[in-house]
Design a protein around this ligand. Structure first.
Ligand code: NAP
Ligand code: MG
Length: 477
């Protein structure tokens, strides 16, 4: 049984209740986590506050950096153990689970190096005055983490917050807690003081809600659905608590006729099948210039047919979806596609070894999806790619911007001037030209516009969000 991790100690919830942990590869229960409540959140927030005031605020930036670097090394040392936990808990194929553990180590490494480079400005002002700005931590930060990339999102969110001098209370998704409990234990082993990193597990509507409402939380970082993002903002608004929101997307891959298709095709496929499509930055809409629409769909169709789906430990192209309700959600979208006569170009194969009790979905390529259909508008969060054609650049921009989201856009063209025109005109937080998120992008500021949220995590930019600016004006005559 898994316990909460509060003030460097493993604690049961005061509720006395637990939640079963399910392996998405076979649908079977293999562990349990605490079903925590508002009392547990309160304990964690108090521990965090005490740590902040008595211990953590005395660590200078270089010391915080050294500690984060030790944690990075510790995570790297335990990468295989963490990857196996994530694989079982979230159904990630081995290579993806390993990549996530490596990314977690890299986030800590990046933010370790960033701690002592974060500084304010001096500002020219009236004669006889000196004015400066200080970057100060918010204090106790709350982190609501989704189930799709628990280690990566913990790395970017908690790594950045700690680097900036905050302490953290973390609520992982109930479907994905195991790796994060272990990382918090590893942090204690390398010397993070009791209360700097606290993990409280449970249901979002119970413990997540309690976290969002707790008066002792000074900043909230949330990654998840737009609907819950609204609830978080509403709760935070009651006490004017700042929030950073990353709410997913319906990101377009825009392919012009002059594109290098040999480079584009593997990136387009990876962007929709990685983590079984359960990726906020999934390239879920394929916008193709008319002249190459048919040949590109043909090539992609062959590639989709060869994709294999199966248990995480088999390390195939695609693993299971996280849970039965997510599988049902994808089925609902696909049955809507049938009702609307949206044609399927191709589907991958679920291997015979995949148990019927697992949550599998074959990658699916749909064509001529009307831009207004919910398949082209809403986040499916499954391996479903929706293709449509465009006639010219203006039409491509119009389609690209025609959803409520604006997280990432991929642009494939050899025309340099067009690359820049398109990058300017698409409404999104990130634009990739002739690549799509290669290299993990730990260093690259990430976040959305419109209903994809606001605020930036990843990269150095995140540190501004995890601090507040104090302006100090001194009159010295
Ligand atoms: P979700 O409900 O938004 O879950 C995200 C996180 O918020 C989880 O930790 C969840 O906890 C927590 N949460 C849920 N209700 C809450 C509340 N009332 N107050 C505070 N925290 C709360 O997302 P989901 O239901 O798991 O997935 C639904 C859809 O959201 C997906 O199909 C996908 O479209 C989107 N999504 C996007 C991302 C992304 O990276 N942008 C990530 C996940 C999901 P529990 O899970 O423990 O309840
Ligand atoms: Mg699980």
């Amino acid at each position: 049984m898994q316990l909460n991790y509060i003030a460097n100690a493993s604690l049961p919830s005061v509720s006395g209740k637990t939640i079963p942990v399910i392996d998405p590869s076979d649908g079977q229960v293999f562990d349990e986590i605490q079903r925590s409540n508002a009392h547990d959140i309160d304990t964690a927030v108090r521990s965090a506050r005490e740590c902040l005031e008595l211990v953590w605020s005395r660590f200078n930036a270089a010391e915080r950096g050294r500690l984060l670097m030790r944690l990075s090394a510790k995570v790297a040392e335990h990468a295989e153990e963490l990857a196996l936990l994530e694989q079982r808990d979230c159904g990630k194929p081995t290579k993806q689970a390993r990549a996530d553990a490596a990314a977690l180590a890299r986030y800590f490494e990046f933010y370790a190096g960033a701690c002592d480079k974060l500084h304010g400005d001096t500002i020219p002002y009236l004669d006889g005055y000196s004015v400066m700005t200080w970057r100060e931590p918010h204090g106790v930060t709350g982190h609501v983490i989704p189930w799709n990339y628990p280690m990566q999102i913990f790395g970017r969110s908690v790594g950045g917050a700690l680097a900036a001098g905050n302490v953290c209370v973390v609520k992982p998704a109930e479907d994905a807690c195991l790796s994060l409990i272990r990382v918090a234990q590893l942090a204690a082993e390398v010397g993070f003081p009791a209360g700097a990193i606290n993990i409280v597990t449970g249901y979002g509507h119970e413990v997540g809600d309690a976290l969002a409402r707790h008066k002792g939380i000074d900043h909230i970082s949330f990654t998840g659905s737009p609907a819950v993002g609204t609830l978080i903002q509403q709760a935070a608004a009651e006490r004017h608590c700042p929030v950073t929101l990353e709410l997913g997307g319906k990101s377009p891959q825009i392919v012009f006729a002059d594109a290098d298709l040999d480079a584009a095709i593997p990136a387009i496929i990876n962007a929709i099948v990685q983590n079984a499509g359960q990726t906020c930055s999934a390239g879920s809409r394929l916008l193709v210039e008319q002249a190459i629409y048919e040949p590109l769909l043909q090539r992609l169709g062959h590639a989709f047919e060869n994709l294999r789906v199966g248990p995480a430990a088999m390390d195939l192209d695609v693993g299971p979806l996280i849970r039965q309700s997510q599988q049902q959600r994808v089925w609902d979208f696909l049955s809507d596609a049938q009702v609307a006569n949206i044609a399927m170009v191709a589907q991958g194969q679920i291997v015979d070894e995949a148990p019927d009790t697992g949550f599998y979905q074959a990658p699916t390529l749909l064509r001529d999806v009307p831009a207004t259909h919910r398949l082209a508008q809403e986040e499916v969060f499954g391996p479903v790619l929706c293709a449509m054609s465009f006639k010219d650049e203006n039409h491509a921009v119009e389609l690209a911007n025609a959803t409520q989201f604006g997280l990432v856009a991929g642009i494939w063209t050899r025309d340099g001037a067009r690359q820049f025109r398109m990058a300017r005109r698409v409404k999104s937080g990130q634009v990739f030209i002739n690549n799509y998120g290669a290299g993990g992008g730990v260093e690259l500021p990430f976040g959305g516009v419109k209903s994809s949220g606001y605020g930036r995590e990843k990269g150095f930019e995140a540190l501004y969000g995890f601090t507040t600016l104090k302006t100090v004006a001194v009159r010295h005559g």
